[in-house]
Every structure is written in structure tokens, then in C-alpha cells.
Design a binder for this molecule. Structure first.
Ligand SMILES: Cc1ncc(C[n+]2csc(CCOP(=O)(O)OP(=O)(O)O)c2C)c(N)n1
Ligand SMILES: [Mg+2]
Length: 347
């Protein structure tokens, strides 16, 4: 089937416009929050989703609002795609009380229960076993919901990811392993780390179906996710999607610690920057006559204003009160006096 006809048969124009809006929102959010970070307006390593928008949006378009996501250290995009309010996310990066986690999570520990955003984590792949538990709970509670867990190509090499895949497959839990293959583990390229042609081949050893997609093509990511979601809802267990993508900013923004330099080969950069997921989707929508240039420009305009508003909101919001320090930490609330009496804290 011709590409445009196929697109029209799968997604309606309104959904496509919403997808475009989310992709543009992620890009602007990252540009504006990155600028604020570099000016020293907030602290803590911050990893940008710019360049990987099609993965986040393609995946979340195939999910229901009640489905769950578990992020990793680079998950601003995944949360925006799942529906998080950008004001609450920006305030979270700034460590403010109005943030999605009252400012206690920051960039690498996003959580947003309102949209099914369970958690994410700064220790590489630490959230993968957690996601197996989330999916097991969904199965036991017969909720017919699915969980998606993000993991980077470098983090995917952590041993407990293999253990998690084994249990997820054995217990047939409704989990989708989403492997963002942006080809780098900080400074180390995939080619110099592993002899494997495809990282996702490892899933075969755990009897998990895997698929490899062009992570710059939001529709291709959507299709693969839909298939994996259908499998999970039918009780057929986990799947793995390896999305080939590229990050458009430095590994991380770290105030005063460097990490901003780009060491990646120029020809490789050019190849991937020419395959900008937003430009590709824009061209696809125009070719399929599912949007016109004026509509898309209006979206871009609105998004820019909304991101500026989010920045303003984050700046003017207050920091949490000291009394907030021990709230929301445990499911069974612990009295600060008990916590402070513990030897490990007193030392
Ligand atoms: C256990 C652990 N080791 C090292 C780090 C430092 N670290 C943060 S991001 C990163 C690279 C991760 O690469 P990848 O998983 O491919 O994700 P990407 O950053 O490329 O999205 C490293 C080594 C960490 N956060 N946790
Ligand atoms: Mg990587």
C-alpha cells in the first residue's frame, strides 16, 4: 500500500496533529530547559530527549491513558508523550513544590501517577526490574493494562536486564522493553563495546519476540508498539522493541562538570541530523494531506508559548518547605524523629 494511504488508514488527522504537537513540545521543552540549566537556574545531571521524540511519541500513541510507563535517566520525552503537564515537569526539574513529584525527583527520577508514570531512575537500568514488578501486579490484578519500560543501549548491557527479561518471559507479564539504541554509552560507541550485531537478539534467548524499528519514524514506532501492546493484552507476555535513534544534544548537561562536548563523527552526526524525526513526520503529514503548513505552524507557535509559560511557572514557584523532607518517601509514613534517631543518619 502507498505510504500516505497506509497512514490515513491507521491514524486520523486529529491524532496525527496531536502526535506532532507532542514531538514539537519535547524538542522545545529540551531546548528551553537546557538553556535554563546552562544559566545555572537548576542543578543535577539532565539528559535531553531531543532527537528521540519519535520513539517516545510513537510508543505512547499506542498506549491507553491507564497504561503504565517506567522511565530511565533520559525520560523527559516519554513523560511528555504520556501526557504529563509540562508546567509540572519543568517545575520538577527546578526542584519546586509545584513539580510532578513536589520537586523531590528532578530530571532523572520523574514520576507522575496522574498519567501512569510510575517512576524512572538515575542508576542505569535500575527501573527495569521494578517494571517487571509493576507488570506482574497488573497481571495479578487482571487490569488488562500494559507497562512500557525504557532502557538505553548501554544500560541494556547490565546483568539484571537479562534477569528481568527472563522473569518477565517466564511469568508472561504485560511488559514492553523499549530499547533506545542511540549507539552511545556516554563516550563509548556500541561498535567498540559489543560484538553483537543487534542488541535485541538477546531477547531471543529469553523467548521474547523482538522487533527493530527506525526510531526516527514515529509511525513505524507506533505500529511496532501497537503489535506489542496487543500481544500483552492478550496475555501473550512481553516483547522488546529496539528503536534505532540518535540524541541531538550532549550526553548530559552537568553544570561545571563538562560533558557538553560532542565527540561523535561528523558524517554520522550529519546523517542523523538529516533524519530529524520532526521534519520527517512533518513531510509525511503534508505528503499525505493530513495537515497543511499553516496548521503545523500554528502548533509550533502554540507550543513555544506553552513552554515559555512552563518556564515562567517553574521560576516563580516556591521550593518545598523543610517539613516536606520526609513526606512521600515511604508507603508507611515514617516520623522524622524515628528517622533521625537511626544510627546511620546520626553518624
Ligand atoms: C550504575 C551506573 N553506572 C554509571 C552511571 C553513569 N551514566 C549515566 S548515563 C550513562 C550512559 C548510559 O548510556 P545508555 O544506557 O546508552 O543511555 P543514553 O545515555 O545513551 O541514553 C552512564 C554511564 C549511572 N548513572 N549508573
Ligand atoms: Mg545510549
Amino acid at each position: 500500500m502507498e505510504r500516505a494511504t497506509m497512514l490515513r488508514s491507521e491514524l486520523d488527522a486529529e491524532v496525527c496533529l496531536q502526535m506532532y504537537r507532542k514531538m514539537v513540545t519535547i524538542r522545545h521543552f529540551e531546548e528551553v530547559s537546557g538553556g535554563a540549566y546552562r544559566r545555572g537556574e537548576f542543578w543535577g545531571p539532565t539528559h535531553s530527549s531531543a532527537g528521540e521524540e519519535a520513539v517516545d511519541v510513537g510508543v505512547c500513541t499506542a498506549l491507553e491513558p491507564s497504561d503504565k510507563i517506567v522511565g530511565y535517566h533520559r525520560s523527559h520525552g516519554l513523560f511528555i508523550a504520556k501526557g504529563s503537564e509540562i508546567k509540572a515537569l519543568m517545575a520538577e526539574l527546578f526542584g519546586k513544590i509545584t513539580g510532578a513529584s513536589k520537586g523531590k525527583g528532578g530530571s532523572m527520577h520523574l514520576a507522575d501517577r496522574a498519567v501512569g508514570g510510575v517512576c524512572s531512575g538515575g542508576v542505569l537500568a535500575s527501573s527495569v526490574p521494578v517494571a517487571v514488578g509493576v507488570a506482574l501486579a497488573l497481571k495479578k490484578e487482571r487490569k488488562n493494562q500494559v507497562c512500557v519500560v525504557g532502557v538505553g543501549d548501554g544500560s541494556f548491557e547490565e546483568g539484571h536486564v537479562g534477569e528481568s527479561m527472563n522473569l518477565a518471559s517466564l511469568w508472561k507479564v504485560p511488559l514492553i522493553f523499549l530499547l533506545y539504541n542511540n549507539k552511545y554509552f556516554q563516550l563509548i560507541s556500541a561498535r567498540s563495546r559489543s560484538s553483537a550485531t543487534l542488541l535485541s537478539d538477546r531477547a531471543i534467548g529469553y523467548n521474547i519476540p523482538r522487533t527493530v524499528v527506525d526510531g526516527q519514524d514515529v509511525v513505524e514506532v507506533y505500529r511496532a508498539t501497537k503489535e506489542a501492546v496487543d500481544r500483552a493484552r492478550c496475555g501473550e507476555g512481553p516483547s522488546l522493541i529496539e528503536a534505532m535513534t540518535y540524541r541531538y544534544q550532549a550526553q548530559a548537561a552537568r553544570a561545571g562538570l563538562g560533558g557538553e562536548e560532542d565527540f561523535r563523527p561528523q558524517d554520522e552526526r550529519e546523517y542523523w541530523f538529516n533524519r530529524d524525526p520532526i521534519k520527517l513526520f512533518r513531510a509525511c503529514l503534508l505528503a499525505a494531506k493530513m495537515a497543511n503548513p499553516e496548521e503545523l505552524e500554528a502548533v509550533e507557535h502554540e507550543v513555544k508559548a506553552a513552554v515559555q509559560e512552563a518556564l515562567h511557572y517553574a521560576r516563580k514557584s516556591p521550593y518545598p518547605d523543610v517539613g516536606e523532607m520526609f513526606t512521600d518517601m515511604y508507603s508507611q509514613p515514617v516520623h522524622p524523629a524515628w528517622y533521625l534517631s537511626q544510627e546511620v543518619v546520626r553518624k
